[in-house]
Structure formats: C-alpha cells, structure tokens
Design a binder for this molecule. Structure first.
Ligand SMILES: *Cc1c(COP(=O)(O)O)cnc(C)c1O
Length: 400
C-alpha cells in the first residue's frame, strides 16, 4: 500500500507541534481525575455543571436500561423511535418554550444534518469565522455558497448581506427564491465569548434570512434558567433555529434542535444525519431528561459555575494573563506559538493541572492557546492553586 504520505504527514505534524494524541482518563468525570495514573485538577472538560457523574442521572439511565434494554435497534423512522425519545423531545420543547424539538445523536450530527437540509446548491450561508468545525462541515456538505464573515462583525455582515441581496433572488436551478442562512455559535467554543445574537436576529429579519444558533456551550449555562443564548439576550424570535447539545453542561450525550412543529417535521423528512443512523439508546434519553429536571430544580448549580467564572477570570486578569475576549466558563489563555502552548500544558500537568493546548486547525494559525474550562463543582482551593500555578507557568516556561 502506498502509504508514504502517512509517515510524511505524521512527522510534519510532530515537527510543527501539531501532533495530537489522547490522554487516558481513569474513573468517572469529576473535577479531579486520574490521567495516565496521575491525580490532576481537570480544567478542560465541557461537563460544566458537573452532572456527568450525578447520582440521579445514573439512576435514570440504569432504570431505563432495566425497563427498555440497551440498544434501540434501528433508526427513528424505522423501528427505533421509542417512548423515551419522544419524552425527551417533549421535555426539551417545554424547557426551551418552543412548539417542538428533535433529538440528534450528537451535535456533530445535528449541525451537518440541519444545515444541509435547509440550504443547498445555489443558496448562501453567512457563517462566523470562528464557528465550530461541525458547522463548517455542515456548510460544505450542503454545497451552498459559504461566506465566512469576520468574528462577531455585524457591520461587515450587513455589508455582505446588502451586496448579495442585489444578486438574483431566484435560484438558478429551481426558480424558487434563494435561501439565505446566518449561522453562529452561541458561546464560541475556543474563545468563550458570546455571539451578538440580538443584532443577528435583526439582520436576519431585515434581509429575509434564516438564523441558526449553536448552543452547544450555552445550553445549561446562559440565561436566567440556563436555556441558552436567546434567553440570555431576552430574544423571543420563534424564527431562530436553536440547536444545542446534551453532552456538555448537561453531562449526557446527544443533541437537539427546537423550533416550530413545521421545522421539526421538515427535518424529520430531510436531515440525512437524522434519517440514516440508529437512534440513541433509550437510557441516554432518560439521562438527559433527568439532567433537564436537575437544571430546573437546582438553579444553585448554575450560580456555583458563574461564581467560579467570576473568581477565576478576575484572578487571571490580576495576574496579567491574556484571557482574550472570554465572557464565560471557557477561558482561553493566549500563547500564540503551538510548541509553547504544548510546553506549558505539559508543565502544568507535572504540577497537577490538566489543560489541553488548542492548536491549528482547531484555532487560526498563530493563535494557539490553553483552553481552560470551569465546572460548578471545582473546589475553591483547587481554583486558587490553579491560578497561581498558571501564572508561574505562563511567566516562566516560555522564557527558558
Ligand atoms: C461540541 C460542539 C459541537 C458538537 O457536539 P457533540 O455533541 O460533541 O458532537 C457542536 N457545536 C459546537 C459549538 C460544539 O462546541
């Protein structure tokens, strides 16, 4: 087999500090974990509310396995649509205050499925440059024209919307109007800043575009009830397609989209990553239902997260560390050079702090960083130790 390119590519990745490997986490997901045999403070999990090992969620999953077994056996449209799938969807719609919801097997599935179902060849997508990779992949899969606007730059976006509005409003192939979609992360996954959703919502209405927000990191975190970016800004626009995930703050697995009953019926018929895949195990749905219950009855968990965000960001700021534009539980430490980012990450690991270096292609060239993520369950002592240790590491490691 002519696999020479594999050796070449691997050594290139190693030379440039871009080689990736997996760390082994032993035991459950907790604010402190054992990694490759070493006990460390976990500062790079998206289990923001610490629900991944919550007793009520485990109990819900176990009971569901006892009642329904494990596998679902088929896709939703064949024979894999079980009671817990529909119950989770009703629960999500109620939680988000929308007519209907649809569950996908993951956020990646949701994004590639939704985007490629609502736009196609000849249509136009306006996507924030820092949107998640799964959004970009969905855009490419749709074969619509992809315009990536500068990060959060609503003025530039409006200029492009105005220009493209002059093009023929009618589709080259189908004679129907061209569809336009603005799409944005709610909380940007590698920068921790929040999308200007209110302005985007106004632009979408003004220029007759669809608008989709990816609340992967905002679900359970933003808004007074944790409903996500729309709630945070007090936007009540039923036309926004709100997607989010169940595997991050909710500590479970899977993803959802909420909107009108019509939108959901359309996606059931058109979203290929929904149609052509085995549905989630029912126990996974039961876990997510329990997680939403916890979210609603224990708002203190979210307050605990936000108290830690405030404390940690202030601590780093006082230490003179560049946390970029972070406004949330995702706190990047700007390093720049990929090799230096890896070096600091390794040093921190030695000191008992587990945080990953995030490098291209996940982030733009020259913007490598440590991406710290906080959890509602981190102890104050651990966070205090982490701030001090990070301060020393950032100031010393790269100077050697
Ligand atoms: C993690 C993430 C996804 C993918 O969700 P999974 O359920 O992990 O597949 C999609 N969008 C954003 C912004 C994410 O951060």
């Amino acid at each position: 087999m002519p696999a020479h390119f594999i050796d070449q590519e691997l050594s290139h990745l190693k030379d440039t500090g871009l080689y990736r490997h997996m760390s082994l986490i032993q035991g459950p997901q907790e604010p402190k974990v054992t990694v490759n045999g070493k006990d460390v403070i976990l500062l790079c999990s998206n289990n923001y509310l610490g629900l991944a090992n919550h007793p009520e969620i485990k109990e819900a999953a176990i009971s569901a396995i006892e009642k329904y077994g494990f596998g679902s056996g088929a896709s939703r449209l064949v024979s894999g649509n079980m009671e817990l799938h529909e119950e989770l969807e009703q629960r999500l719609a109620r939680f988000k205050g929308t007519e209907a919801a649809l569950v996908f097997n993951s956020g990646y599935h949701a994004n590639i499925g939704i985007i490629s179902a609502i736009v196609g060849r000849g249509d136009i997508i306006f996507s924030d440059k820092l949107n998640h990779a799964s959004i970009t992949d969905g855009c490419l899969l749709s074969r619509a024209r992809l315009i990536r606007y500068p990060h959060k730059d609503v003025e530039k976006l409006e200029r492009v919307l105005r220009e493209t509005g002059k093009d023929s409003p009618v589709h080259r192939f189908t004679d129907s109007p061209i569809r336009k979609l603005i799409i944005t992360d709610g909380i940007f996954s590698m920068d921790g800043d929040i999308s200007p959703l209110k302005e985007l919502s106004e632009l979408a209405d003004k220029y007759n575009c669809m608008l989709m927000v990816d609340d992967a990191h905002a679900t359970g975190v933003l808004g007074s009830k944790g409903k996500g970016t729309s709630e945070y800004f007090g936007i009540d626009n039923p036309n926004i397609i709100q997607m989010g995930t169940l595997g991050k703050a909710l500590g479970c697995f899977g993803a959802y989209v909420v909107g009108s009953r019509k939108l959901i019926d359309y996606l059931i018929n058109k979203a290929r990553s929904f149609i052509y895949t085995t549905s989630l195990p029912p126990s996974v749905c039961a876990a997510s239902i329990a997680a939403i219950d916890i979210l609603e009855k224990e708002p203190q968990i979210r307050r605990n997260l936000w108290d830690r965000i405030e404390y940690f960001r202030t601590g780093l700021k006082n230490a003179g560390i560049d946390t970029m534009a972070s406004e949330t539980q995702i706190i990047p430490l700007f390093i720049g050079n990929a090799n230096n980012a890896v070096k600091i990450s390794k040093h921190l690991f030695e000191k008992g702090i587990f945080v990953q270096a995030i490098r291209p292609p996940t982030v733009p060239e020259g913007t490598s960083r440590l991406r710290i993520t906080l959890m509602a369950t981190h102890s104050w002592d651990d966070l205090k130790y982490a701030i001090k240790t990070i301060e020393d590491a950032v100031k010393n490691v790269c100077m050697q």
